[in-house]
Ligand binder design. Structure first.
Ligand code: ZN
Length: 161
């Protein structure tokens, strides 16, 4: 079966930029599973995987516009320390989660830590980077109607509920 909209791909991937490896699914026990065509994967990677099948190795460079966007230098904010769960452990360069007013979370990078406030960069840590993905496709299957309705994968490697 070929990768297309409404399929589920099981894969191993290694992500790197010009300075080296950033993360790899091979460092964890499980390959990752992704539902294709529902916004769960960055567009540049998803487009590169389309039409491939089990056993294929895919290598692709993805520019920021097709990944996590360009960096916006205006996205630096001063936030009271109490909004961080791990306020005591913050230091420059640490990537942490900031609770948002809407109840969600945002991944931020700490720039500077004061006694009661923290300067953070709200840009995604991978914004502005051209990313290199090396992917090995382990399996491709049709997504269930329920997975498509929920817009995520169910079962081991996905959401179990
Ligand atoms: Zn679900």
């Amino acid at each position: 079966m070929q990768i297309a909209k409404d399929t589920v791909v099981s894969m191993h991937y290694t992500l790197s930029d010009e300075t080296g490896e950033i993360e790899s699914s091979r460092n964890t026990a499980q390959p990752i599973e992704a539902l294709i065509g529902h916004g769960g994967m960055i567009p540049g990677l998803e487009n590169a995987l389309m039409g491939h099948t089990t056993g294929d190795q895919v290598e692709v460079d993805v520019v920021p516009a097709e990944a996590y966007g360009e960096r916006d230098e205006g996205q630096v904010q001063r936030v009271p320390k109490k909004y961080f769960r791990d306020g005591a452990r913050l230091k420059p360069g640490v990537i942490t989660a900031l609770a948002m007013k809407d109840g969600g979370q945002r991944t931020v990078t700490v720039i500077k830590v004061g006694s009661s406030v923290v300067d953070v960069d709200l840009n995604h840590p991978l914004a502005g980077k051209t990313l290199h993905f090396a992917v090995e496709i382990l399996a491709v299957r049709e997504a269930s109607a329920e997975e498509i309705a929920h817009r995520h994968v169910h079962g081991p490697g996905g959401v179990e509920h």
